[in-house]
Design a binder for this molecule. Structure first.
Ligand SMILES: Nc1nc(=O)c2c([nH]1)NC[C@@H]1CN(c3ccc(C(=O)N[C@@H](CCC(=O)O)C(=O)O)cc3)CN21
Ligand SMILES: CC(C)C(=O)C(=O)O
Ligand SMILES: [Mg+2]
Length: 259
C-alpha cells in the first residue's frame, strides 16, 4: 500500500488484475502484478450469473482465501458483494471483518460514494483498508438501466465530489469504471490517493481488467477491453487435441502408464 501511494508521486503507473483461484493468482503474482482483486465479477466469470447481484459473501470467501494462498507478494483486495454493506454500518463491518479473518485479504473494496461514507469511515476506523469504486458500479446495474458509461455532463461534478469524499473518509485508492477519460484525468489530479481505471482512459494512476477479458477467454467484452492473449483458442485446441487422442487411442501412451 505504501508502494502504490509512492508510485503516484513518481507518476509510475501500475497494473491490477482480478483473480479467483490459487493457480492464476500464482501466475499473476509471479508476473509482478502488485494488486490482485477478487472481484464480485466472480458472479459472472466463475458462477455463470448474468450480473454481479446474486453472488454472496459465502460464495466469495473460499475464492478469496484461495487467491491469498496462491500469491506471495501481491496485495489481495476482497470485493464486498451486493447486499453485504449497503444495508448499514454494522453489516459492512460484519462482512468486511469476515473477509479479513477468514481469507487473509489485505483490503476490501466497495461500490459507491457519499451514500456509503458511514460504512467507509467505520471500516477505516476498524483498521480495514478500503478501496472505493465510482462510475459504472455494476451492483447498481438495475438503477442505471444497463452497463452504460457514467459521469458525462453534470454528473461528472457529482463523481468528483464522491471521489473527494472517499479520500477524506480514508479510502486508500478508488476504482473509476466506464467514465470519460477527461473526467478520470480530473479526478486523478484532484486526489492524492491513486485512481485505478477500467474503461476510464489512460490518465489514471493504475489500470484494472478482469483476467478472463484481458486473456481472451470471455466471449463478449466491453469496448475498453484489450485481448492480450487467446486463451479461449488455446484451451479449446487443447480440449480438441485431448479428445482426438482419447478417441483415437493415442492417449495415454506407454510413458503415461504404470507398470
Ligand atoms: N467479464 C467481466 N468483465 C468486466 O469488466 C465486468 C464483469 N465481467 N462483470 C461486472 C462488470 C460489468 N462490466 C461491464 C459490462 C458491460 C459493459 C459494456 O458493455 N459497456 C458498453 C458501454 C456502452 C455505452 O454506454 O457507451 C460498451 O459498449 O463498452 C461495461 C462494463 C464490467 N465488469
Ligand atoms: C472490474 C473490477 C473493478 C471489479 O469490481 C470486479 O471485477 O468485480
Ligand atoms: Mg466488482
Amino acid at each position: 500500500m505504501r508502494d502504490i501511494a509512492a508510485a503516484k508521486q513518481r507518476h509510475e503507473k501500475w497494473p491490477m488484475l482480478t483473480a479467483y483461484d490459487a493457480l492464476t493468482a500464482r501466475v499473476f503474482d509471479e508476473a509482478g502484478i502488485p494488486v490482485l482483486l477478487v472481484g464480485d465479477s466472480a458472479a459472472m466469470v466463475v458462477y455463470g450469473y448474468d450480473s454481479t447481484i446474486p453472488v454472496t459473501v459465502d460464495d466469495l470467501i473460499p475464492l478469496t482465501a484461495a487467491v491469498v494462498r496462491g500469491s506471495k507478494r501481491a496485495m489481495v483486495v476482497a470485493d464486498l458483494p451486493f447486499g453485504s454493506y449497503q444495508t448499514g454500518v454494522s453489516e459492512a463491518l460484519t462482512s468486511a471483518t469476515r473477509f479479513m479473518k477468514e481469507t487473509g485479504a489485505h483490503a476490501i473494496k466497495l461500490e459507491g460514494g457519499r451514500r456509503v461514507l458511514p460504512q467507509v469511515e467505520a471500516l477505516v476506523a476498524a483498521g480495514i483498508p478500503v478501496m472505493g469504486h465510482l462510475g459504472l458500479t455494476p451492483q447498481s446495474v438495475n438503477a442505471f438501466g444497463g452497463y452504460r458509461v457514467q459521469g458525462r455532463g453534470e454528473s461528472g461534478e457529482e463523481l468528483i465530489a464522491d471521489a473527494k469524499a472517499l479520500e477524506a473518509a480514508g479510502a486508500f485508492s478508488v476504482v473509476l469504471e466506464c467514465v470519460p477519460g477527461e473526467l478520470a484525468a480530473r479526478v486523478t489530479s484532484s486526489l492524492s490517493i491513486p485512481t485505478i481505471g477500467i474503461g476510464a482512459g489512460n490518465a489514471t494512476d493504475a489500470q484494472v481488467l478482469v483476467w478472463q477479458d484481458m486473456a481472451g477467454l470471455t466471449p463478449h467484452t466491453a469496448k475498453f477491453v484489450k485481448k492480450f492473449a487467446d486463451v479461449n483458442g488455446v484451451l479449446g485446441d487443447a480440449a480438441r487435441a485431448y479428445a482426438d487422442e482419447v478417441v483415437g487411442g493415442g492417449y495415454p501412451a506407454a510413458e503415461h502408464s504404470y507398470k
